[in-house]
Design a protein. Sequence first.
Length: 89
Amino acid sequence: MSKVKKSEKNVSMCKCMECPTYTKECKAKFMAQKSQGVSEKSNGMEDLYCAFGRSGLIKENKGCLCGTCPVRDMYTLSGGAYCFSGVAT
Ligand code: SF4
Ligand code: SF4
């Protein structure tokens, strides 16, 4: 289970949407998902990958902004590029 809470607040702080690795396919899927709201019951969202796990829509690592993210600091996470490596535990 992830250390990071699946919440609207954490989604709003996540830097993934500004990241060069994030794709337009991710954004389109995320916009549809976001309208359903974010809760601990949400799964597979295309954002907050440290909580939701790896993406099926990202194939190439073009850099990672996790190191600049307040969520990473708040939960004292190690590592990054969670869209590839999966949930932070
Ligand atoms: S987890 Fe890191 S590499 Fe992946 S989209 Fe988010 S900031 Fe970019
Ligand atoms: S640590 Fe990375 S995946 Fe987690 S919220 Fe921040 S930018 Fe998003």
